[in-house]
Design a protein around this ligand. Structure first.
Ligand code: PLP
Length: 426
């Protein structure tokens, strides 16, 4: 009997014993093509030599020095490199251990920012339905995934949710993509007015929605309109790039393609590429300066923040991106993946939509293509797809049945950024 308290008490997963490029190997010797990087984590595959060497070297030098006393060379280097590539105005990096921690830090920093600049009434967060921002209580409250929230609802701080930008289901037939984007963005304006502009602290969104919708990018112009609305009301714009960032879409920061610069960005997953648990909150100088001019102390912190080993791994990941020009490769291989999926599944009677950016693709499953109706969630189609694919040696990330009657079943693909043509074909 295993004493691990895993994700499910009903199943006992196989024991993974080795990683080999885009494949994982279990104790029986079975190989699995990692088509989803776990959950968009393993962007360099599972046996990257540069990251391994960097970890060995860092371990031989310095493993950990608590940030209450020290900074470290790899953490400083990582912050410099991230800022050099970040959207305009983002110039500080708060290193944590994962995505939920990054989102929690963003929420608390937003609150503290408004206290420091003398706007104590600002505490409300607006986010979007069918979104996911993490599983800790603050991040869970921010997310709009009805299924994940349901049983913890009494413990979640009140957050209001507007529509996502979900063209496949939201855009009217006679509406242009641009008009649709402006219409759903304007829900933010309405919601800020309803809550009272002086009480709203932040708007949080994923530029490309990952786990809950399945690789859904915003239409052109949407995030720019959101930026304008936030500016008009002094509301902070927080983009959660935990899943879609770090090169997944073919840009280090997904929002670069949308031409916007938020006030804060959260990243994780691909940053450590699975070799180390690491995430970051990146923030604008405006916010940092307000803290510096005020209390001088962000009242937050985790024991493992700024971990030297994790930062060393992330630096090696960024070097791999640069040396192999992986962003260009992602855009190329992403097009190939999209066209292979379209060739193989585009006419399938139960495939409603194939979408995404770069190596971040989603396949939406429908009972009927014309009416876009879902399969009954009780059939747990996504779980059956996951199991069938796994049995065939493919790791993919199906999701479904979020209780709100809007999201049906979809399959998310987020393979390593190094994926070859032959593996895409496979
Ligand atoms: N934000 C987004 C957009 C995510 O997709 C996730 C995880 O899937 C998180 C936050 C939470 O990250 P973590 O699981 O590392 O805490």
């Amino acid at each position: 009997m295993s004493h691990i308290f895993g994700r499910s008490t009903k199943t006992q997963p196989p024991v993974a014993v080795a990683g080999d490029g885009c494949y994982l190997v279990d104790a029986s010797g079975k190989r699995y093509l990692d088509g989803s990087g776990g959950a968009a984590v393993s962007c360099l595959g599972h046996s990257n030599e540069r990251v391994r060497a960097a970890l060995h070297a860092q371990m031989d030098t310095l493993a950990f020095a608590h940030t209450g006393f020290f900074t470290s060379a790899p953490a400083e280097e990582l912050a410099d490199r991230l800022v050099a590539a970040a959207p305009e105005g983002i110039d500080r990096v708060y290193l944590v251990s994962g995505g939920s921690e990054a989102v929690e830090a963003a929420l608390k920093l937003a609150r503290q920012y408004f206290l420091e600049i003398g706007q104590p009434d600002r505490h409300r967060v607006i986010a979007r339905r069918q979104s996911y921002h993490g599983n800790t209580l603050g991040a869970l409250a921010t997310g709009g995934n009805a299924w994940r929230r349901a049983q913890f609802a009494p413990m979640l701080v009140e957050t209001t949710h507007i529509s996502p930008c979900y063209e496949y289901r939201g855009r009217a037939e006679d509406e242009s993509p641009l008009a649709y984007g402006q219409r759903v963005a304007d829900e933010l304006e309405i919601e800020i007015q309803r809550l009272g502009p002086d009480t709203v602290m932040a708007f949080v969104a994923e530029p490309v929605v990952g786990a809950t919708l399945g690789a859904v990018p915003a239409v052109e112009g949407y995030l720019k309109r959101i930026r304008e609305i936030c500016d008009r009301h002094g509301v902070l714009m927080i983009l959660d790039e935990v899943m879609c960032g770090m090169g997944r879409t073919g840009h280090l920061f997904a929002c670069a393609e949308d031409g916007v610069a938020p006030d804060m960005i959260t990243i994780a997953k691909g940053l450590g590429a699975g070799y180390q648990p690491i995430g970051a909150l990146m923030t604008s100088g405006k916010i940092y300066d307000a803290i510096a001019a005020g209390s001088g102390f962000f009242q937050h912190g985790h024991t493992y923040m700024g971990h030297a080993m994790a930062a060393a791994a992330a630096n090696a990941v960024l070097t791999e991106f640069e040396e192999h020009d992986l962003m260009a490769r992602v855009r190329l291989q992403g097009e190939l993946l999209q066209s292979c999926l379209t060739d193989a599944l585009g006419q399938h009677p139960h495939v409603g939509d194939i979408r995404g950016r770069g190596l971040f693709r989603g396949i939406e499953i429908v009972a009927d293509r014309d009416s876009k109706t879902h399969f009954d969630p009780a059939r747990k189609l996504h779980a059956r797809i996951k199991a069938a694919a796994f049995a065939e040696g493919l790791i993919c990330y199906p999701m479904g049945g979020t209780l709100d009657g809007i999201v049906g079943d979809h399959v998310l693909l987020a393979p390593p950024l190094i994926i070859e043509d032959a593996q895409i074909d496979e």
